[in-house]
Design a protein around this ligand. Structure first.
Ligand code: ASP
Ligand code: MG
Length: 463
């Protein structure tokens, strides 16, 4: 039954279409873009290209989108962005360079105007309009680079199909609308030529520009692949796939050839910063295999992520996420009482905080939060803590790292606890979560122990 269903789904795939997404470093300069253009040229199934902004551009735009940025700084940033883009266009044929630079300058003039307004009177709506410029530049330029290598590629404005709500900075895409717009507009054009479009951005019902959150281009590409019922999604980045652990921690880390959706989703959530955590959701819904590889070294292959894989080892990888905060809420009233947890979570929901790990005892609950400094996501602030304190006793601990051991059957295999914790018996484990998923076992350690723990575990479980 299950097999029939999935093979039916397979056959409904639009066999001709691969959606290829290139990240910021892959479109950082002319050489990088040229490599990507050859990737598209070498495989004619690549029909829709989704690009991020050239590396560094979105960071500049983030600064421009802030309050009270001095005029001189605005001008400097705009000049820097221009330099990144015209450094690429100068390698193209004279007339193409000229027309692209004209377009870039027109966009930059709009950007300058909006940045000035923003510095005088800040709004989140305007912030999104500013952030969206990066992908507007890179997609226009990349379409021309494709043309220059003989691929019939054209710019496509994703805002025609990527309709969202008005939650600026973190807009939610209307998947139904995307699907029908893709059928009506995009699919037709794609049958004629390769299209290059923007990741990360959308448009709300008022016609205003929205963004899907930092790193959101992967997610855009996955949503488009789903809507087009594509046969493949390729995420081209600057690493040759997903690794068994962060290669900066141990040189023993190696690229994984094949990994299941379930395992990869855990990895994306728990720290492997290769994919935006939401990327796999649309791919899983439509059973679209996802490839992750390096546009710099496409010949090295990469990682295939798919529904079922040939080998399902107990241990697949170890992810590490730093800057975790542990909050313990304690209330004697919780003893035999009901509704306490609902109140705690009610407060967290109000502040849009998402909880990662949870453990409980009779009268206390420990919760972890991803609390990275400089993040744009909702963070655990003193206001939240004070509100919790009205309900119960609250302890907050910082300086922790979350280690996630990812694999298969971790909830049922024998000796898992023994092999993991025996290996790191010189370390204090602050909290353990095990049993909720067959694909992961997570625990918290002191930040200072984190690298050592990962290295030791990797040596034990993978070498
Ligand atoms: N350019 C956006 C960012 O830097 C989106 C992306 O690259 O995925 O966050
Ligand atoms: Mg990215």
């Amino acid at each position: 039954m299950f097999h029939n269903e999935s093979s039916q789904q397979e056959s409904r795939h639009n066999t001709a279409i691969t959606v290829a997404k290139f990240g910021g470093t892959s479109v950082a300069d002319y050489q990088a873009m040229l490599r990507c253009a050859h990737i598209i040229k070498n495989d004619s199934s690549n029909r829709l290209v989704v690009v991020s902004a050239s590396a560094g551009v979105t960071n500049y735009l983030v600064r421009l989108s802030q309050e009270s940025v001095p005029c001189s700084e605005q001008a400097e940033i705009i000049a820097n962005i221009r330099a990144i883009q015209v450094n690429i266009t100068q390698h193209l044929a004279r007339d193409i360079e000229q027309h692209l630079n004209d377009e870039i300058d027109t966009l930059l003039a709009q950007l300058a105007e909006q940045a000035l307004k923003q510095s005088q009177q800040y709004s989140v709506k305007q912030s999104d309009a500013i952030l969206a410029f990066g992908e507007q530049f890179s997609s226009r330029i990349f379409a021309e680079v494709l043309q220059s290598v003989g691929v019939d590629g054209a710019y496509f404005n994703v805002q025609q199909v990527m309709k969202t709500n008005s939650l600026y900075g973190k807009a939610v895409v209307d998947i139904e609308q995307l699907k029908s717009a893709c059928d009506e507009i995009l699919a037709v054009e794609l049958s004629q030529r390769v299209l290059v479009t923007q990741g990360f951005i959308g448009q709300d019902g008022l016609g205003e520009t929205t963004t899907l959150g930092r790193g959101g281009s992967d997610y855009s590409a996955a949503l488009l692949a789903e809507a087009l019922n594509a046969s493949n999604l390729a995420i081209w980045t600057d690493v040759v796939g997903i690794f068994t652990t962060d290669p900066r921690i141990t040189e023993q880390a190696r690229a994984i050839e094949e990994i299941s959706f379930g395992e990869a989703a855990e990895m994306a959530t728990f720290g492997a910063k290769i994919l935006h955590p939401a990327t796999l959701i649309p791919a899983m819904r439509q059973n679209i295999p996802v490839f992750v590889g390096s546009s710099k070294e496409p010949e090295k292959g990469g990682t295939q992520i798919k529904q079922s894989v040939e080998s399902n080892p107990t241990y697949r990888s170890i992810a590490l996420r730093r800057e975790q905060t542990l909050v313990t809420v304690k209330s004697p009233a919780m003893l035999h009482a009901s509704g306490f947890l609902a109140k705690v979570f009610g407060i967290l929901a109000k502040y849009e905080l998402s909880v990662d790990l949870i453990t409980t005892s009779e009268i206390s609950v420990a919760l972890t939060f991803d609390n990275p400094s400089g993040s744009t996501q909702a963070l655990l602030t003193s206001t939240v803590v004070q509100e919790l304190e009205q309900l119960c006793e609250v302890t907050v601990e910082h300086g922790l790292s979350l280690v996630a051991v990812i694999g298969n059957g971790l909830d049922s295999a024998k000796g898992i606890g023994q092999s993991i914790f025996q290996t790191i018996n010189d370390t204090n484990i602050r909290l353990i979560c095990h049993g909720a998923s067959a694909n992961n076992l997570c625990f918290l350690v002191d930040e200072h122990d984190a690298n050592h723990v990962v290295e030791k575990l990797h040596n034990e479980l993978f070498v």
